[in-house]
Design a binder for this molecule. Structure first.
Ligand SMILES: *Cc1c(COP(=O)(O)O)cnc(C)c1O
Length: 353
């Protein structure tokens, strides 16, 4: 608290990101980073960018990056918006498209950044409870609203929603924007990008932080009709003309265009996930179905907070959310390499015995 602060700052409840500990040899399974490094083509592109040209501003419109993203998704560049991580893209989305008199709707258990943006931009919102089995019931969103947003797969549950459900929602909600945050979609969830040309009120957001293994580079994007993209450009050009620096652009273009490396690493993560789920079930865990690079699991007899701190003693960090109480028994575990799964299982066997 300070007399120098604005009223807005006094009222903020900032987002708390997962810990980035400065300790070596940790098995870090808490922030859904990719266990495999980025494509070698990304590293080469970044090296070329370390040059005299850094004295010049980057392209304010990020045309090269938009063209690469449009190519991958079979869309036009005018349907692409890019930003400094999808968190920045989402922030602009909240301000540009989701702030209306009617409340914005999102699930009660979801990405905890959404209520933070509502606080920052003074957006009226209402949460819709997930079903008993933690699924999203699209029927519950059929009511007057100023917008709808949820991740698919949802976070932190990892549960995927079939594309037909999203299409039903779009058919039944034509008066406001529907945002599908597909941060984890590449690990086995059906993408709504294929519906972008059909529904002018659909906006899909993606990040290069997870499946493209570039959390350190900070690049995310949104796909939608030009009408929606233009709103985002207006906010961006009133905020920061150059959100994508020269390194971010070069690295992100290389990452988008290396389809082979992307397919190979996503498939490895999915295979490790399926094997880990089987092993955790045999240790007495209930694991929610996952279409993401993490799983949400609770032990049948042991407490989530207790297991999380016991794992830390074994130098393994996972994410535990104290609230809401419905998810307190659960651990959110990022999928690492097979070797990291082995270390996790070995520690859990010791803790549970
Ligand atoms: C990780 C994540 C993001 C943000 O990713 P960036 O690193 O900011 O691109 C957005 N939404 C969800 C649900 C996420 O888990």
């Amino acid at each position: 608290m300070s007399k120098y602060w604005s009223d807005v700052v006094h009222k903020l409840t900032p987002y708390v990101p997962g810990e980035q500990p400065k300790i070596n040899n940790l098995v870090k399974l808490n922030t859904n980073e990719n266990p495999y490094g980025p494509s070698q083509k990304v590293i080469e592109a970044l090296k070329l960018e370390a040059a005299e040209t850094l004295r010049l501003y980057p392209d304010p419109n990020s045309d090269a990056l938009k063209a690469a993203i449009a190519k991958v998704h079979h869309l036009d560049s005018s349907q692409v918006f890019v930003g400094n991580g999808s968190d920045e893209v989402l922030a602009h989305v909240f301000q540009a498209l989701l702030k209306h008199d009617l409340p914005l709707l999102f699930p009660d258990i979801t990405y905890s950044f959404y209520p933070v943006y509502c606080g920052l931009y003074d957006i009226n919102y209402q949460t819709i409870p997930l079903a008993e089995d933690f699924g999203i019931c699209v029927e519950d969103y059929k009511k007057p609203n100023g917008g709808i947003i949820f991740p698919n797969p949802n976070a932190p549950t990892g549960m995927p929603l079939p594309l037909a459900k999203i299409e039903w929602l779009l058919q039944n909600n034509t008066e406001s924007v529907v945002v599908i945050d597909e941060a984890y979609v590449d690990f086995g969830t059906e993408s709504a990008v294929t519906l972008v040309n059909q529904y002018p009120n659909l906006l899909v957001t993606h990040t290069l932080s997870k499946a493209r293994s570039l959390a350190g580079l900070r690049v995310g994007y949104a796909l939608g009709s030009f009408e929606l993209i233009e709103a985002l450009i207006r906010v961006k050009d009133s905020f920061n003309s150059y959100p994508i620096d020269r390194f971010a652009s070069a690295g992100a273009v290389a990452a988008m265009l290396d389809a082979d490396y992307f397919d190979e690493t996503c498939a490895k993560v999915v295979a490790t996930r399926e094997a880990l789920i089987k092993d955790l079930v045999s240790l007495g865990f209930d694991v929610l179905p996952s279409g993401a690079n993490f799983i949400f699991a609770k032990h049948q007899t042991r407490d989530g907070a207790e297991l999380s701190s016991a794992l830390r003693e074994h130098n393994i960090i996972v994410r535990h959310f104290k609230s809401p109480s419905r998810i307190a028994p659960y651990l959110r575990i990022t999928i690492g390499t097979d070797a990291q799964s082995e270390l996790l299982l070995k520690a859990l066997r010791a803790i549970l015995s």
